[in-house]
Design a protein around this ligand. Structure first.
Ligand SMILES: Cc1cc2nc3c(=O)[nH]c(=O)nc-3n(C[C@H](O)[C@H](O)[C@H](O)COP(=O)(O)OP(=O)(O)OC[C@H]3O[C@@H](n4cnc5c(N)ncnc54)[C@H](O)[C@@H]3O)c2cc1C
Length: 264
């Protein structure tokens, strides 16, 4: 084991200061992704700046057509929150599908969205709902935030403080989970708003993406039959030992139809 400094900060300001004065420091929230990375020596930070217990980064509130979730809020807390279930039931449902009870009791929404694993669940909801990622420096629209595999618009030292979700008319998430890891082989989040329908796909491609042809076909009154013949380029999908590109493309269509059928 190599030496590093663990710092449990008492405020967001202290966390920002630690990052600014230690260029090799790394934030830690739930540690569910970061700790395995350290164990494999894929990262070697000088400091671990633990923001997981900061009260100012936790909590779930609904007001004026939005649901706001603090970055350090655990997946379990979202999955079981009466406020989240009432405002956006599909988001609470999605949180309950992440990993296993251990992961859900430590992992956080901010850590998941910062990490942007191409098979993670939250990115599909953040993009599908057109949410806003709020950091200690600015607000970033979901459409600008996700930039491909493990890549986001976050800059060095920038800390996600909360995610603000607009409450849709109806929404749903359908996930085909890998049986061993629980991550999405394909997960599709569909949101119906007053402007139309948004469709965000995780797990199938190199990063979360909007299936825009499906959005156009679904319009303001989404029906599963509308996406039957809609184009989805299998060449853009991931291929690995678990599934071919064509299989993943088919899964996306099937998951999208299931989500549309479950809109509420
Ligand atoms: C066995 C297992 C199964 C899993 N299954 C799933 C699954 O089915 N679906 C799924 O979506 N995920 C799954 N995960 C991942 C899980 O959701 C993690 O909780 C999540 O990816 C990272 O959250 P964390 O709070 O643990 O972040 P950490 O591991 O603490 O941090 C991850 C990264 O985000 C950065 N970071 C953390 N918080 C912030 C912040 N507020 N601002 C900026 N950067 C920040 C850290 O510096 C680090 O780079 C699984 C993980 C494990 C171990």
């Amino acid at each position: 084991m190599y030496a590093l400094n663990y710092v449990k900060v008492k405020s967001l300001a202290e966390a920002a200061k630690m990052l600014a004065s230690n260029p090799e420091a790394k934030l830690m929230a739930g540690g569910m992704t970061l700790v395995p990375t350290l164990k494999q020596r894929l990262a070697q930070p000088s400091h671990l700046v633990d923001i997981g217990a900061l009260p100012e980064l936790r909590g779930i509130t609904a007001k004026a057509g939005t649901l706001t979730i603090g970055a350090a809020t655990k997946h379990h807390d979202v999955a079981t929150s009466a406020v989240a279930k009432k405002a956006i039931p599909s988001l609470a449902y999605l949180a309950g599908l992440i990993g296993d009870p251990q992961v859900r009791n430590l992992g956080t929404i901010g850590g998941s969205v910062a990490n942007n694993d191409p098979a993670a669940d939250y990115p599909a909801a953040v993009l599908g709902l057109g949410a806003t990622v709020v950091t200690n420096k600015r607000e970033i629209a979901a459409d600008d935030y996700f930039q491909g595999m493990f890549t986001t618009a976050l800059e060095e030292g920038e800390i996600i403080t909360r995610i603000v979700f607009p409450v849709p008319r109806r929404a749903a998430y359908a996930k085909f989970a890998h049986p061993a890891s629980g991550y999405a082989m394909a997960g599709v989040f569909v949101a119906q708003t007053s402007d139309g329908t948004r469709v965000a796909v995780t797990g199938a491609g190199p990063g979360v993406f909007r299936w825009k042809a499906a959005e156009t076909a679904l319009g303001k009154n989404p029906k599963a039959a509308a996406i039957e013949g809609v184009a989805l380029d299998a060449g853009e999908m991931n291929e690995d030992i678990h599934a071919t590109r064509e299989y993943r493309a088919n899964l996306v269509r099937v998951m999208a139809k299931r989500a549309i059928a479950q809109l509420r």
